[in-house]
Write a protein that binds this ligand. Sequence first.
Ligand SMILES: O=C(O)c1cc(=O)[nH]c(=O)n1[C@@H]1O[C@H](COP(=O)(O)O)[C@@H](O)[C@H]1O
Length: 276
Amino acid sequence: MKDFGSRLSGAMAHRGALCVGIDPHPELLRAWQLPVTPEGLEQFAEICVEAFDGEVAMIKPQVAFFEAFGSAGIAVLERTISVLTASGTLVLADAKRGDIGSTMAAYARSWLSEDSPLRSDAVTVSPYLGFGSLEPALTLAHNTHRGVFVIAATSNPEGAQVQSATRPDGRTVGQTVVDEAAARNAGAHHLGSVGVVVGATLGHAPDLGKLNGPILMPGVGVQGGGPDDVRRLVGDSNLKAVVPSVSREILRAGPSVTALRDAVHKSAEDFAFLQA
Ligand SMILES: O=C(O)c1cc(=O)[nH]c(=O)n1[C@@H]1O[C@H](COP(=O)(O)O)[C@@H](O)[C@H]1O
């Protein structure tokens, strides 16, 4: 199997850069006339799979909305991930895991090991227990040809308190996260397999020029970010590495599969400049 970065750059070349999130908010279930139960969750996920599979470079299920239903929700998540990965669509599990190294190793096994029922192509991780605490996930991802997306500068306004703090060497904390990720991608030919997450809502972003890996940009749509923000934040030379991520703005078009697909195509058009 090719490494995750190569698979992602191949998918982006074929299908465009967009990532669509599967975020089954209870309000969305209700808006889709579905019960807020594991059965409703399953129908929501099935409609999303039908609408998005094969249409975009990557699909990002937000794990929290499945966990909220307990073991029945996790079972729906497992099935959703395995249907998508079996059809060749890249799945990024948005679990934002981060813990001391020995516990991180267990989180890593859940999302990145070949024999886990939840195995995905990549997982989001939080470095705010120290970048080094992510080592078990970085190592397992490398060994299983999977990827990690490390939270660097998030789309929520509260993130700046930690991520924009300045270290004694003058770099922001978010910048050091990007720099550590860049060190992991050194020598990768296409895109490295260690991505970062940078919110499209930010006033300014860390310097991404040496990352050599994918830049996931959520915060597009309902949170207020748009294509112009993406361009402004990453700079022209980094546009090819950007994976804009949209959840509610697209999901609100449901439950019609045709309307969901139309919303995907509209978003994809808005971001076509990334591939130009
Ligand atoms: O890691 C993420 O995907 C993420 C990072 C971030 O900085 N901001 C952010 O909104 N997200 C996730 O991206 C999705 C955004 O959803 P919408 O605002 O509905 O597009 C949610 O699943 C968030 O958890």
